[in-house]
Write a protein that binds this ligand. Sequence first.
Ligand code: ADP
Ligand code: ADP
Length: 222
Amino acid sequence: VPLLTFKVIDKVYQNGTVALQGVNLIVQPGEFISLVGPSGCGKSTVLRLVAGLGTPTGGLMNWHGPNNQRNLAFVFQDPALMPWANVVENVYLPLKLKGQPLRSVRERIQAAINTVDLCGCEKSYPRQLSGGMKMRVSIARALVTTPQILLMDEPFGALDEMTRSRLNSDLLHLWEKKHWTVLFVTHNIYEAVYLSTRVIVMAAHPGRVVANIPIEAAYPRT
Ligand code: ADP
Ligand code: ADP
């Protein structure tokens, strides 16, 4: 059973911009899907619709998760950490917002921190961390909620090439171990092919899907 389906989805914003026209998309559990294409082709709009931020103006969007409840997490280019809070407190935030006491989720927070290789940085503040480390905190904060789908919008776009390629290789290894479902927006075709099981190419004016390419391990996945 797919996790999510878009059937001929249209999105016209209130100002008349046709952001998406006739977009079909089926997301199976465990897929790593990249959306690529020029600025303005509707990549972020797809992620926002998946997240329930705005509704389609046409077509049918179905979420097949349990109780039709979306359980997802977003990672943006800007890690948007709370500067006055240390790594543990930043990762705790989404659980805190759900009313979970810190003592009841300490282990989950530590597990998320370990997953992104930030063991030893628990008490550090964002200003003490590099750009890549801040991105890792932001990924841990997403993972700690155990989302059914991880939405990543140009997550590594602001990082230098070395940091980016390191994060890409770590992300690929994690995905192979954990079988997450990921929707990943990038301008970087190399990154899309390296990470994904499927690459969806979009075009602009109007935003639409022009190619849907399964990738069978272009690079050794070990
Ligand atoms: P929706 O139809 O999803 O509710 P809206 O058309 O109401 O979306 O726009 C949401 C917000 O985004 C508005 O405050 C609008 O001013 C702002 N916005 C308008 N144009 C753009 C744009 N080109 N890119 C990003 N945001 C925009
Ligand atoms: P991408 O992520 O591929 O750059 P977007 O989904 O951000 O594309 O935008 C698709 C189109 O919709 C663009 O023309 C953009 O300017 C427009 N757009 C995005 N958000 C809004 C909004 N809230 N209101 C009006 N237009 C928007």
